[in-house]
Design a protein around this ligand. Structure first.
Ligand SMILES: C[S@@+](CC[C@H](N)C(=O)[O-])C[C@H]1O[C@@H](n2cnc3c(N)ncnc32)[C@H](O)[C@@H]1O
Length: 80
Protein backbone atom coordinates (compact mmCIF):
# COMPACT_ATOMS: atom_id res chain seq x y z
CA UNK A 1 0.00 0.00 0.00
CA UNK A 2 2.78 2.44 0.91
CA UNK A 3 4.43 1.93 -2.49
CA UNK A 4 1.22 2.91 -4.27
CA UNK A 5 0.42 5.94 -2.13
CA UNK A 6 3.97 7.28 -1.45
CA UNK A 7 3.97 9.96 -4.20
CA UNK A 8 0.59 11.36 -3.14
CA UNK A 9 1.58 11.18 0.53
CA UNK A 10 4.75 13.23 -0.07
CA UNK A 11 2.75 15.83 -2.05
CA UNK A 12 0.19 16.09 0.78
CA UNK A 13 3.04 16.39 3.30
CA UNK A 14 4.66 19.27 1.39
CA UNK A 15 1.74 21.26 -0.08
CA UNK A 16 -0.81 21.54 2.75
CA UNK A 17 -0.05 24.45 5.16
CA UNK A 18 0.57 22.16 8.13
CA UNK A 19 2.06 25.02 10.18
CA UNK A 20 -1.50 25.91 11.18
CA UNK A 21 -2.10 22.49 12.77
CA UNK A 22 -0.72 20.51 15.70
CA UNK A 23 -2.09 17.00 15.03
CA UNK A 24 -2.88 14.99 11.91
CA UNK A 25 -4.95 11.78 11.73
CA UNK A 26 -5.19 9.33 8.83
CA UNK A 27 -8.46 7.35 9.07
CA UNK A 28 -7.81 4.07 7.26
CA UNK A 29 -4.05 4.35 7.71
CA UNK A 30 -2.78 0.87 6.70
CA UNK A 31 1.02 0.81 7.26
CA UNK A 32 0.85 4.53 8.01
CA UNK A 33 2.83 6.05 5.16
CA UNK A 34 0.61 9.15 4.87
CA UNK A 35 0.93 10.13 8.51
CA UNK A 36 4.64 9.16 8.45
CA UNK A 37 5.41 11.39 5.44
CA UNK A 38 3.46 14.30 6.95
CA UNK A 39 5.27 13.91 10.29
CA UNK A 40 8.72 13.61 8.66
CA UNK A 41 8.18 16.81 6.65
CA UNK A 42 6.60 18.70 9.58
CA UNK A 43 8.52 18.12 12.83
CA UNK A 44 6.05 20.19 14.91
CA UNK A 45 3.15 17.76 14.18
CA UNK A 46 1.94 14.75 16.14
CA UNK A 47 0.23 12.00 14.16
CA UNK A 48 -2.46 9.37 14.65
CA UNK A 49 -3.09 6.40 12.39
CA UNK A 50 -6.57 4.90 12.74
CA UNK A 51 -7.35 1.45 11.35
CA UNK A 52 -8.73 -1.95 12.31
CA UNK A 53 -6.97 -3.27 15.45
CA UNK A 54 -5.24 -6.11 13.55
CA UNK A 55 -3.23 -3.50 11.61
CA UNK A 56 -1.49 -2.16 14.75
CA UNK A 57 1.75 -4.25 14.58
CA UNK A 58 2.34 -3.41 10.90
CA UNK A 59 1.80 0.31 11.58
CA UNK A 60 3.91 0.37 14.72
CA UNK A 61 6.85 -1.46 13.11
CA UNK A 62 6.88 1.02 10.22
CA UNK A 63 6.55 4.09 12.45
CA UNK A 64 9.41 2.86 14.65
CA UNK A 65 11.60 2.18 11.59
CA UNK A 66 11.11 5.83 10.59
CA UNK A 67 12.11 7.10 14.05
CA UNK A 68 8.65 8.51 14.78
CA UNK A 69 7.47 6.32 17.67
CA UNK A 70 7.43 9.34 20.02
CA UNK A 71 5.22 11.48 17.77
CA UNK A 72 3.02 9.09 15.78
CA UNK A 73 0.71 6.55 17.41
CA UNK A 74 -1.94 4.01 16.44
CA UNK A 75 -5.63 4.04 17.38
CA UNK A 76 -7.58 0.87 16.68
CA UNK A 77 -11.26 0.73 15.75
CA UNK A 78 -13.78 0.70 12.92
CA UNK A 79 -14.87 3.88 11.21
CA UNK A 80 -18.33 2.29 10.98
C1 LIG B 1 -6.38 2.21 0.80
S1 LIG B 1 -5.84 1.70 2.40
C2 LIG B 1 -5.23 3.18 3.15
C3 LIG B 1 -3.91 3.68 2.64
C4 LIG B 1 -3.16 4.65 3.55
N1 LIG B 1 -3.97 5.79 3.93
C5 LIG B 1 -1.85 5.11 2.92
O1 LIG B 1 -1.60 6.31 2.80
O2 LIG B 1 -1.02 4.28 2.54
C6 LIG B 1 -7.43 1.54 3.25
C7 LIG B 1 -7.33 1.13 4.72
O3 LIG B 1 -8.64 1.20 5.31
C8 LIG B 1 -8.72 0.22 6.32
N2 LIG B 1 -10.10 -0.08 6.68
C9 LIG B 1 -11.03 -0.78 5.96
N3 LIG B 1 -12.19 -0.86 6.65
C10 LIG B 1 -12.01 -0.17 7.81
C11 LIG B 1 -12.87 0.13 8.93
N4 LIG B 1 -14.13 -0.31 8.99
N5 LIG B 1 -12.37 0.87 9.95
C12 LIG B 1 -11.09 1.31 9.91
N6 LIG B 1 -10.22 1.08 8.86
C13 LIG B 1 -10.68 0.33 7.83
C14 LIG B 1 -7.98 -0.97 5.74
O4 LIG B 1 -7.55 -1.85 6.77
C15 LIG B 1 -6.83 -0.29 4.97
O5 LIG B 1 -5.67 -0.26 5.76
Amino acid sequence: MSGISRGSNIAIARKIPWKDYKTVADVGTAQGDLVVQVALANPHLNGIGFDLPAVAPIFEDYVESQGLAGRVRFEGGSFF
